[in-house]
Design a protein. Structure first.
Length: 305
C-alpha cells in the first residue's frame, strides 16, 4: 500500500470561523514584532561604538538567527489559518524541516558560546580582551553554524529515506520531526535512534557547558566583597540566563523523545512557545534587562531624529 507522497496536509489549529481572524491577527502581529525587534537590535549594535564588544557581537548574531528561525515557520502557519488548502509539498516539507532544525541546533550551541563569553568576562576579566578577540569570536560563530548544518543534514538524510503511505495528514502546523516519524509507514526506529542521539549531543552538551559556566560565575561572584559589585557582575549575565531558561525549557522535552511527544495533545501548544512566544520575548528581555542596550537604542533614535 506504499505510494510516493507528493504533499502533506498540515492540520494546524482547529478553530471556528470567528476565531480564525483573531488567531491570524495575533500570529501576524507576533511575527512582525519579532522581526522588527531583532532588526532593531542588529541596527543598534552596528551603529553604536559602545556595543562593539563580543557580548553584543553574539547578541547580534542571535538576533540575525532568530529572524530566519521564525521566518521558516510563521509565514506558512499564518497563511494556513485562513487558507482552505493547507498543503505543503514533500520537497517543501523537507526544506522547512532542514532549515528549522539547522536554526534550532545553531541556537543551542550559540547560547552555550554566549555563556562561555560571560564566564570569561566575569572569571577572567584581565584576560578577556586577549581570549575573546575578534578572530576567535568569528570562529565560534562559524562553529555554531557548522554544528547546526551538520546535525540537520544527518537528521534529514534518515527522515527523507522513510516511506509514507496514503496518510498524508500531519497533525501539526509545520513539518517537525515528531509528526513525520509518526506518519511514516516504514520502520522509523533507526531514524528515531539517530535523532535521539543527536538531540542528546546538541542539547545536553551545550546545556552542560551553560551550567558549568554559570556555576563558575556564581562561585566567582560570591567572592566579591561588596554587594554592589556582586550585583553589577551578575547583571551582565541575567538577560542571557533568562533566554537560556526559556529556550531550553520549551524545547528540551519535545526533542529528547520526539516520537513519544507527538502522542500528547499539548505538543502543538508547547511548540508555539518556542516558535512564536520565546522569539518574541528574547529581544524584549535584552532591551528591558540590559541598561547598555536600552541607552544605545535611545541614543540611536535620538541621533536619527
Amino acid at each position: 500500500n506504499e505510494t510516493k507522497v507528493m504533499y502533506f496536509i498540515l492540520l494546524g489549529f482547529p478553530t471556528t470561523a470567528e476565531q480564525q481572524l483573531l488567531l491570524f491577527s495575533a500570529l501576524l502581529l507576533a511575527y512582525l514584532l519579532t522581526v522588527l525587534e531583532n532588526f532593531l537590535i542588529i541596527l543598534t549594535i552596528r551603529n553604536n561604538h559602545s556595543l562593539q564588544k563580543p557580548m553584543y557581537f553574539f547578541l547580534g548574531n542571535l538576533s540575525f538567527l532568530e529572524i530566519w528561525y521564525v521566518s521558516v515557520i510563521e509565514p506558512k502557519m499564518i497563511l494556513d489559518v485562513l487558507a482552505q488548502d493547507k498543503r505543503i509539498s514533500f520537497q517543501g516539507c523537507m526544506a522547512q524541516l532542514h532549515f528549522f532544525v539547522t536554526f534550532v541546533c545553531t541556537e543551542y550551541v550559540l547560547l552555550a558560546v554566549m555563556a562561555y563569553d560571560r564566564f570569561v568576562a566575569v572569571c577572567k576579566p584581565l584576560r578577556y580582551p586577549l581570549i575573546m578577540n575578534h578572530r576567535f569570536c568569528a570562529q565560534l560563530i562559524a562553529g555554531c553554524w557548522m554544528c547546526g548544518l551538520t546535525t540537520s543534514s544527518i537528521k534529514l538524510s534518515f527522515i527523507a529515506r522513510l516511506s509514507f503511505c496514503d496518510v498524508d495528514k500531519i497533525n501539526h502546523y509545520f513539518c517537525d520531526i515528531s509528526p513525520l516519524l509518526n506518519v511514516s509507514c516504514s520502520d522509523s526506529s533507526l531514524a528515531e535512534l539517530v535523532d535521539f542521539i543527536l538531540a542528546l549531543l546538541v542539547i545536553m552538551l551545550p546545556l552542560c557547558a551553560v551550567v558549568a559556566s554559570y556555576t563558575c560565575i556564581l562561585l566567582t561572584v560570591l567572592k566579591i566583597p561588596s554587594s554592589q559589585g556582586r550585583q553589577k557582575a551578575f547583571s551582565t549575565c541575567s538577560s542571557h540566563l533568562t533566554l537560556v531558561v526559556l529556550f531550553y525549557s520549551t524545547t528540551l522535552f519535545t526533542y529528547a523523545r520526539p516520537k513519544l511527544m507527538y502522542t500528547y495533545r499539548a505538543n502543538k501548544l508547547v511548540s508555539v512557545l518556542y516558535t512564536v512566544v520565546v522569539p518574541l520575548l528574547n529581544p524584549l528581555i535584552y532591551c528591558l534587562r540590559n541598561k547598555e542596550v536600552r541607552l544605545a537604542i535611545r541614543k540611536t533614535f535620538t541621533c536619527r531624529r
